[in-house]
Design a protein around this ligand. Structure first.
Ligand code: AP5
Length: 193
C-alpha cells in the first residue's frame, strides 16, 4: 500500500498516518517530523529549515526532494508507505509523479481529511497549550500555516481528483472512525497489498 495524506494543519495527518502504517504494516513517513529531527540534530538542513518551520512557511522544494526520495524509496523496498506532508504544492506534486515514474512506485490513493477551520484552530491551540506543543503551535503561526495550506496545497485536491486518486474523508469524526472510513474506502479500490 502506497498512500499520500493531504490535509490542513491539525486535520489529523500524523495521527492517521501512524494508525494506517500500523494497520497495513507499512512505513509512516512524515516530512514535518523528518524536518524537526534535522532541526533537533543541528544538521545543515535543520539549520536552514528552522526559520521556515518556526514561521509556518513551506521549506524550499529543493531542500525537501532528496530527503523525500530517500525515505520513500527505502520504505517502498520494505513494502509500502503512508507519506504525511508531501507534496504540498504543485511543483512538489509534479516531482512526486516524476519520482513515482522513475522508481516504478504506483500511488494507491491520496487521502484528504476534511476538517473545518474552527476545529483546526481549536486542535492546534489545544496542542500548543500542552506537553506536545511545537514551535509553530502559536496563534500567529497557526493562522499563517492555514493560509499557506489554502494558497499552496489546496490546489492539489483538484490535481489528484483529476487523476482519480482522491479519497475525501470526514476528519471531524473520532480518530478511530476516520481510520475506519479510510480503510473502507481503500478496500473499495483495486489496490496492491
Ligand atoms: P507538519 O509537521 O506536516 O505539520 P502540519 O501540516 O502543520 O500539520 P500538524 O502536524 O500540525 O497536524 P496534522 O494534520 O499532522 O494533525 P495531527 O495528527 O498532528 O509540517 C510542519 C512544517 O514543516 C510546515 O509548516 C513546513 O514548514 C514544513 N514542511 C513539512 N512538509 C513540507 C513539505 N512537503 N514542503 C515544505 N515544507 C514542509 O493532530 C493535530 C492535533 O489534533 C493533535 O493534538 C491530535 O491529537 C488532534 N487530533 C487528531 N485527530 C483528531 C480527531 N479526529 N479528533 C480530535 N482531535 C484530533
Amino acid at each position: 500500500m502506497r498512500l499520500l495524506l493531504l490535509a490542513p494543519p491539525g486535520a489529523g495527518k500524523g495521527t492517521q498516518a501512524r494508525r494506517l502504517a500500523q494497520y497495513y504494516g507499512i512505513e509512516d513517513i512524515s516530512t514535518g517530523a523528518l524536518l524537526r529531527r534535522e532541526v533537533a540534530g543541528g544538521t545543515a538542513l535543520g539549520r536552514e529549515a528552522t526559520r521556515y518551520l518556526d514561521c509556518g512557511d513551506l521549506v524550499p522544494d529543493e531542500l525537501m526532494l532528496d530527503m523525500v526520495v530517500e525515505a520513500v524509496t527505502e520504505a517502498d523496498r520494505k513494502g509500502g508507505f503512508v507519506l504525511d506532508g508531501y507534496p504540498r504544492n504543485l511543483a512538489q506534486a509534479e516531482a512526486a509523479q516524476q519520482l513515482a515514474r522513475t522508481h516504478g512506485i504506483g500511488i494507491d490513493g491520496v487521502v484528504l481529511l476534511e476538517v473545518g477551520q474552527d476545529e483546526l484552530r481549536r486542535r492546534l491551540l489545544r496542542r500548543g497549550a500542552g506537553a506536545e506543543s511545537r514551535s509553530d503551535d502559536n496563534i500567529e503561526t497557526i493562522r499563517h500555516r492555514l493560509e499557506v495550506f489554502e494558497s499552496e496545497t489546496r490546489p492539489l485536491v483538484a490535481y489528484f481528483a483529476a487523476r482519480d486518486l482522491l479519497i475525501a474523508v470526514d476528519g471531524e469524526q473520532p480518530v478511530e472512525q476516520v481510520t475506519e472510513d479510510i480503510v473502507d474506502r481503500l478496500a473499495g479500490r483495486a489496490v496492491r497489498p
